[in-house]
Design a protein around this ligand. Structure first.
Ligand code: ATP
Length: 483
């Protein structure tokens, strides 16, 4: 079954309920940057926790890392990002729209007869207005920054002012010096978290005393100056990644690759994504990145079609070898069995937190008829739900409020909660359903007599009465699957 949400409806739900806001909205926004509201940050944290639990806590062979976002720029020369991390880009000469040429080629293949190229040849006509497209230009996706107190614009302005009236040779020498100075200060915001892991391979190996095979996991921000950010939070310029570099003996890499594809697929299923909306696709050889021997993608059926949630690549020994070569430090593993130093092969499961958030929410979204009304409900796995328990006094009656507050105080140390006393109880149930809260606790006038409350289940809407004294245990039992 396809998700019932269109992208517009999803974006509006995210905004209305405080999951995702446009970045710097009051200034008109900024393309490709998003802010996560009170519920969004909870959901994101829960996704990251669920991932960390599955790949670090529950495994004997993976440890964590949190490396810096800005790294020595030579890292990106060694990794190939300075040279090859670029997307081909075309502009429409008529309407001035800009597109990623490879995406256009896939989405709007031009009929072979029309130009005589293979179907994936770059298109020559704008899909929006039919105007002529420029030939593709490569566009480096890394965000550049300068380390240290250097003000590029001021430096150039000063140099230009000084050079007025100077001869051409002196002017160009001065500009060259300035360029060298800037080059020395240039750094990049990391476009992936992976390289922080490779450069720490030896540090982690010696301090954790892990034996092959073992992995290093990391969650963190990544930045890409995407040519065409879009599809809401699907393609951003600032986003978060959850990556594992799993080091294994050469020759066992294919087996471990298979293992990780299965593990990662199971993770999405464990946290509720429906089978019919999830698929694994093996990339064609012409789609592989320069470092990859083989890659699988886990894809989700988003409103715009099947799209990548996670890539699982066999990166071979490419990265460790390149960093050894560029840094002069041997990044090898001493193999007790053979007495040799080997360069491990690497399997890399790499997922995006923002895309996961989208997929988990979209997949959980449901609408059903209840007593002639449409009930929108987010059937999120309880471990992911931003709010676990809502405390709802039947009304703001002065006798109910102190008891409801007492119940809320009791629950807050144990669960992420929300207290809501605005509008009718029916409206409040609907509000909690729409944000995926698994349980509502209602305090009514009977509570004043029997010291018991009602627990209402989001999915079945069934209600049970529980003494306040047993409430925490009753909820813990129901939320046992949470982290
Ligand atoms: P795409 O083909 O969609 O550009 P990619 O193959 O470049 O993605 P990877 O480099 O494999 O992506 O990154 C691993 C994961 O990081 C992706 O599967 C995705 O979930 C996430 N990711 C990559 N780029 C972005 C982005 N611009 N915005 C949000 N998430 C992203």
């Amino acid at each position: 079954m396809a998700p019932k949400l269109t992208m517009d409806k999803f974006a509006s739900l995210c905004k209305r309920r405080g999951f995702v806001f446009q970045g710097s909205e009051i200034y008109g926004g900024i393309g490709g940057f998003w802010d996560y509201g009170p519920l969004g940050v909870e959901l994101k944290n829960n996704i990251k926790r669920a991932w960390w639990k599955a790949v670090v806590q529950e495994r004997p062979d993976v440890v964590g890392l949190d490396a810096a976002i800005v790294m020595n720029p030579r890292v990106w020369v060694a990794s190939g990002h300075v040279e090859t991390f670029a997307d081909p880009m075309v502009d429409c000469k008529s309407c001035k729209r800009r597109f990623r040429a490879d995406e256009l080629a896939r989405e709007h293949p031009e009929p072979e007869a029309a130009h005589g190229h293979a179907p994936l040849a770059y298109p020559t006509r704008c899909p929006e207005c039919g105007g002529e497209l420029t030939t593709p230009r490569m566009f480096n996706l890394m965000f550049r920054t300068y380390v240290g107190p250097i003000d590029v614009e001021a430096e150039f302005t000063r140099a230009i002012a000084e050079l007025q009236g100077e001869d051409w040779e002196r002017a160009s020498a001065r500009i060259r010096d300035l360029k060298d100075e800037l080059d020395r200060a240039t750094a990049y915001l990391r476009p992936e978290t992976a390289q922080g892991i490779f450069v720490n391979f030896d540090n982690v190996l010696t301090t954790s005393r892990k034996k092959l095979p073992f992995g290093i996991a990391q969650i963190g921000k990544a930045f890409r100056n995407e040519v065409t950010p879009g599809n809401f939070i699907f393609r951003d310029r600032e986003f978060e990644q959850m990556e594992i570099e799993f080091f294994c003996r050469p020759g066992t890499d294919e087996e471990w690759h298979k293992h990780w594809v299965e593990e990662r697929y199971k993770w999405y299923r464990r946290y509720g994504i429906r089978e019919e909306n999830l698929r694994v696709r093996r990339l064609d050889p012409d789609e592989l990145a320069h470092y990859a021997k083989d890659t699988y993608e886990i894809e989700y059926l988003f409103p715009m079609g099947w799209s990548e949630l996670e890539g699982i690549a066999n990166r071979t020994d490419f990265d460790l070898k390149r960093h050894s070569e560029f840094s002069g430090r041997q990044l090898t593993y001493f193999d007790d069995e053979t007495g040799e130093h080997i360069v491990p092969y690497v399997i890399e499961p790499s997922a995006g937190v923002d895309r996961c958030l989208m997929a988990f929410m979209m997949d959980a979204y449901d609408e059903e008829e209840v007593r002639g009304e449409t009930r929108a409900v987010l059937r999120l796995h309880p471990a992911l739900a931003p709010i676990k328990v809502a405390v709802l006094p039947l009304s703001r009656h002065e006798d109910l409020v102190p008891v409801a507050r007492r119940v809320w105080d009791l629950l807050r140390p144990h669960f992420m909660t929300q207290y809501d006393d605005a509008q009718s109880i029916g409206r409040r149930y609907r509000r909690q359903d729409e944000i995926g809260t698994p349980y509502c606790v209602t305090i009514d006038f009977d509570t004043l007599q029997d010291e018991a409350v009602t627990i209402r289940d989001r999915d079945s809407m069934a209600q049970v009465r529980v003494p306040i004294a047993n409430l925490v245990d009753a909820l813990k039992e129901r939320l046992a699957d949470c982290l």
